[in-house]
Design a protein around this ligand. Structure first.
Ligand SMILES: NC(=O)c1ccc[n+]([C@@H]2O[C@H](COP(=O)([O-])OP(=O)(O)OC[C@H]3O[C@@H](n4cnc5c(N)ncnc54)[C@H](O)[C@@H]3O)[C@@H](O)[C@H]2O)c1
Length: 347
């Protein structure tokens, strides 16, 4: 088995806690080098994993010539570092969000083509148990055509890290929006045609939004409602999916599915005239509801780095296509415009 020689850029929460352990524990990869401006962090990596430490990306790329560069630095460096890696002949695996603003993402996609390299985003919510299970259940077509998706994530945090500040490319639209907009568009299987958005700073100690409301209508007519609320003293339900013949709700680690088989419905005649028959509310029919709860015990965990290996080493299709990531970036850009916020001069 060919081992991909990997360089990890950014040794913070996600770089150190997820990417490095995933690489060293996956037989398809070899951690050859790391880059971080904090020497104590690169030293720590060298001591622990025997990889080469660098404070500078260009130097690391020139000396190590990695097959794969993993970008886990703060978001404002993603575009420049991705393009630099492509220029040095390396493929790139990039943490979300793809970039701070849309034009940067476009430059990354253009550079991918120009240098003939591979690029994929790390979107861990694509392999979370709730999401994988949701896709399995939807494939059974129990609830009929989906017309509405409601997705929410909420907690209460007086955010004080770099993600709390606009100058760093922070804010919860980019940060969590990159997860949840990606999820809902993937479920809808369609592009966004109409969007609206409101952003607020509520509990955060920075100037970037910690409350986000996004409404999307997709080309295939699905209405999507996304709440990201880091100032929620009482939390919101995480998922509802509404279909013509039923609905699903994520609760207590399982999907509750309530649905009926339309073939089992009795005929209901429509009424003529403007006087409701017998002064009755409703049509009196008993819908033959079925209920089931599907728990995550029924999902098989996926190793994201196995998906990376399949794409970067074996030539399979990417687990997350760059066009889907560009669509997420386009939606986030329009959301900022709709919220009346011009965060970045390039937009
Ligand atoms: N996929 C996920 O679930 C997930 C979770 C957390 C973070 N992220 C993303 O990963 C990225 C990093 O976030 P984090 O929470 O790990 O940040 P962090 O603050 O914990 O770590 C950032 C690291 O990058 C280093 N760094 C700073 N400037 C750099 C530069 N120019 N080049 C290389 N390294 C540099 C810092 O010294 C630090 O070690 C962000 O884009 C974030 O959105 C994704």
């Amino acid at each position: 088995m060919k081992k991909l020689r990997a360089l990890v850029v950014g040794l913070g929460r996600i770089g150190w806690d997820f990417h490095i352990p995933s690489i060293v524990n996956n037989k398809g990869f070899e951690l050859v080098a790391v880059v971080d401006p904090l020497k104590e962090r690169t030293d720590e990596a060298e001591q622990k994993f025997g990889c080469r430490p660098f404070l500078n990306l260009e130097e690391a790329l020139e000396k190590e010539k990695p097959d794969l560069t993993v970008i886990a630095s703060p978001t404002k460096f993603h575009a420049e570092q991705t393009i630099t890696a492509f220029r040095h002949g390396s493929d790139v695996f990039c943490d979300k969000p793809m970039a701070v603003f849309y034009q940067e993402a476009q430059d990354m996609a253009d550079a991918m083509k120009k240098y003939g390299r591979k690029f994929m985003m790390y979107q861990p919510r694509r392999i979370s148990a709730d999401f994988m299970l949701l896709k399995q259940i939807l494939a059974e077509d129990l609830i009929g055509p989906v017309f509405m998706i409601k997705r929410a994530t909420s907690n209460y945090e007086r955010r004080n890290d770099w993600q709390a500040f606009l100058k760093n490319g922070g804010g919860m639209l980019n940060n969590y929006g990159a997860h949840y907009v990606d999820q809902v568009l993937n479920i809808a299987g369609s592009k966004a045609v109409k969007m609206d958005c409101q952003l607020r700073v509520a509990a955060s100690l920075g100037d970037a939004e910690d409350v986000v409301k996004v409404i999307i209508e997709t080309e295939n007519g699905i209405l999507i409602d996304v709440d990201i609320n880091q100032a929620a003293a009482i939390t919101l339900p995480e998922w509802y999916i509404f279909g013509k013949y039923g609905a699903m709700k994520w609760e207590n680690g399982a999907w509750r599915v309530r649905y009926y088989n339309p073939a089992e419905l009795k005929d209901v005649k429509t009424q003529d005239g403007l006087a409701a028959s017998s002064r009755a509310y409703g049509n009196g029919e008993a819908i033959p509801w079925k209920e089931k709860a599907v728990s995550t015990a029924e999902t098989v965990p996926v190793d994201y780095y196995d998906k990376c290996y399949e794409y970067y080493a074996l030539g399979d299709l990417p687990f997350v296509d760059v066009n889907e990531s560009m669509e997420v970036m386009r939606v986030l850009k329009i959301c900022r415009e709709k919220a009346g916020i011009k965060l970045y001069p390039q937009e």
